[in-house]
Design a protein around this ligand. Sequence first.
Ligand code: PLP
Length: 395
Amino acid sequence: MKPTRPGLATRCAHAGAPRPADGVNAPFSPPIVQSSLFALGSAAEAEELFTGKRPGYAYSRFGNPTVERLAEAIADLEGGAGALVTSSGNAAVLCAVMAALEGRRGPLVTHPDIYGGSFELLQILAEVGRVPVQTVEATDDAAWLAAVAGAGAVLVETPSNPLMRLVDLAATTAAARPGGAPVIVDNTVATPCNQLPITQGADWVVHSTTKYLNGHSDMIGGCVVKREPLTPANRRIHKNLGGTVNALDAWLVLRGLRTFPLRLAAHNRNGAAVAAWLRVHPAVAQVHYAGDPAHPQAGIFRRQMAHGGSLLSFELRGGAAAATRFLDRLRLIVHAVSLGGLESLATRPAMTSHRGMPPEARARAGVADGLVRLSVGVEDLDDLLADLEQALATD
Ligand code: PLP
């Protein structure tokens, strides 16, 4: 009988666990190898290591056993052949963009409503590095697919942060294929529990592991997953851009992965319930949630996502003033940036994560000054709704 692949919960519960090569009595939780360097042995042994004839480690920016365990676990979750771990989500986007563009002609094609930090990073690449970046509205099918067909590489964020717009992954990867443009998908918001971009034809997947994969709001990290095996050229870019993670932070993500599907089930449940509750609240003008049955791109959602997740944004009838008042009145939900932790967080993207975007770019992306983003945590739903109710009350 052909062995069946263990399910996601099983693989996560065993993330980083010992392999047969680790021998008997190996620790079940992987050691945190907190060392910058590794003894090279004799000159002949060092030569074997550096020429790849013998596996091993020389320096933790080039490779580290704890970090490698995490790379294997995340590659497995996303269905990729390999992964590179980075010191932040932004470092992951940079690494993937550089690797995808290597040897290619044509612009990096992306859409305007990506995470503010990614937007600023691409702006720096364009201004300082002279990397051609073409920003096209992904909801304009004809313009988007034409740009993708002529791209050097494509960077997609779906659902996008904070407007929860979707990009059709199957259509995008099909349009990119004839011209050979690698498609990078930022899967931070959806996570591999809710969306698997490689099954939709994506070449690269990036994450801010700071968010749901770690899930405990206690480290900053990222990773880059490749559908095909990583090449020496890919590894060269990763190691020399320098955004490698330290062993302790890699270990924290491995620890977070153990409970990832359990956390996501709770996030998904609360996210859908809070979105539905907000939708009918008289103070709320509009809710943006990927899993909303009335989402304008519900057809794309059904084709590529298993669940809407727990990130949403909404606009209040009272605009920016009402948003400020709402944030000031919150008692349980924390007014803070970031997302994907156990605790619920609320923020105004125009004042925080998207503040570095020029106002006209923010307007083009649809990020209104009064927009509130909510990362719904795993608290008891009644407690969350009670806090939202009192913060929205107009007494
Ligand atoms: N991608 C998305 C979708 C994000 O939301 C973020 C951060 O919020 C990043 C990338 C960047 O991640 P980091 O803050 O870990 O660099």
